[in-house]
Design a protein around this ligand. Structure first.
Ligand SMILES: [Zn+2]
Length: 382
């Protein structure tokens, strides 16, 4: 077993990282900045965390020792795991991150800074980081994760060695789930339904609520036959994304707020005593971060729903063109065939375009409900 077992269907990447670890150990030199890119669900941060563990582990990433465990979970004192919580990584955080990267490792071999969603750095933030990448500390290693290299400033990406992950093939995802104890037929279905997104496939396999939500999203095409139905369907889709996001963020918010109140002293019960000014600012800062995270989580959930929807129409197109390709949504074959018979390939293509346009609109901060309504009306028009 090694830490790299967690990477699904990424043999080339594993080879590259393992030889980098071997090179670092033998003193051949170490690249100080790495950029992990790949589509959502391909395992960018899984790969970066595994690499961090392998660099700190005395056995090059055994997967079982204390170094491996703590490096991967972010608890290792020499692995600074940065997970931007809001829509952006702000400059104050970047200054702290860079300062920490210059500390000498306390236990490990390297002082590792791992930034997930590095594409959420604002330009000013990027420039702060750039200075550290230009003259990296001698034991410092930066691991950045982003969907594509283009998501980062050219000045940043040109300083990084690039590690490119691919969408893992369905059989690799299914086999991975089976190793985790999922029944073979469910693993196969989940790998397809999630279109190779490892985390989603796992949720589809083990979480009934996630399965139910997917079914609900995929019922939308049958609800847009009337204009009135479009608006109801759009509202339902946006609300479902909000619910899904809340299920994730509510628990986080509560725990953070409780911890913060404890740290600054909850003055609600101590009548008359004013809360220290710094405490009020810290609480309001936390609330701002939480609201930004809620927005982002909801946007991500909606985007996943739209990807599912696009895959549904892709299946319709497969049937219409009698292409010799397996359907993504095999469990919905009958609905897909019915819609395929009732419409033309041209209209299916227009519908797929409408879904992609909706994703882009939401990405450029159009109000989600407006964007989804416009899409639903396009789906209705066909
Ligand atoms: Zn280890």
């Amino acid at each position: 077993m090694t830490v790299f077992d967690a990477l699904v269907g990424q043999d080339d990447v594993v080879q590259l990282l393992q030889s980098a670890v071997a090179g670092a150990v033998s003193g051949k030199g170490m690249t100080h900045a790495w950029l992990f890119t790949g589509p959502p669900g391909s395992g960018r941060s899984v790969a970066a965390r595994a690499f961090a563990a392998a660099l700190q582990c005395p056995d090059g990433g055994c997967g079982t020792c204390h170094e491996c465990h703590t490096a991967r979970s972010g608890a290792h004192p020499d692995v600074n795991l940065v997970v931007p919580q809001g829509l952006h990584l702000v400059i104050a955080d970047a200054r702290e991150i860079v300062a920490a990267s210059f500390r000498a490792p306390t236990q490990g071999r390297w002082q590792i800074t791992l930034i997930e969603d590095a594409d959420r750095m604002e330009e000013r933030t990027s420039n702060t980081l750039l200075k550290a990448l230009e003259e990296p500390p001698p034991r410092g290693v930066f691991l950045l994760c982003a969907p594509t290299p283009e998501d980062l400033l050219p000045t940043i990406r040109s300083r990084c060695r690039q590690v490119t992950l691919r969408i893992p093939p369905y059989p690799a995802v299914a086999a991975h789930l089976e190793r985790e104890g999922v029944d073979a037929s469910i693993a196969n279905w989940a790998a397809r339904a999630a279109q190779g997104h490892v985390g989603r496939a796992r949720r589809f396999a083990v979480d009934d609520e996630a399965k139910r939500r997917r079914r609900e999203v995929l019922e939308l095409p049958t609800h847009v036959s009337t204009v009135g139905g479009c608006f109801t369907a759009a509202a339902n889709l946006v609300e479902a994304a909000r619910d899904e996001a809340r299920a994730i963020t509510d628990a986080l918010d509560e725990a953070e707020t409780a911890a913060m109140r404890e740290a600054v002293g909850d003055t609600v019960r101590t009548r008359g005593a004013a809360r220290p000014r710094g405490a009020a600012a810290a609480l309001s800062d936390l609330e701002k971060r939480q609201s930004s995270r809620a927005k982002r989580t909801q946007r991500d959930a909606l985007d996943r729903a739209l990807i599912d929807l696009a895959a549904f129409y892709r299946d319709v197109l497969v049937v219409q063109l009698e292409a010799d390709v397996e359907l993504v949504n095999v469990d919905l074959t009958r609905t897909i065939e019915r819609i395929a018979r009732a419409t033309t390939p041209e209209s299916t293509l227009r519908r797929i375009d409408a879904i992609l346009a909706c994703r882009e609109a939401i990405d450029t901060n159009v109000a989600p409900l407006l964007a989804v309504e416009a899409m639903a009306v396009s789906l209705h028009a066909g």
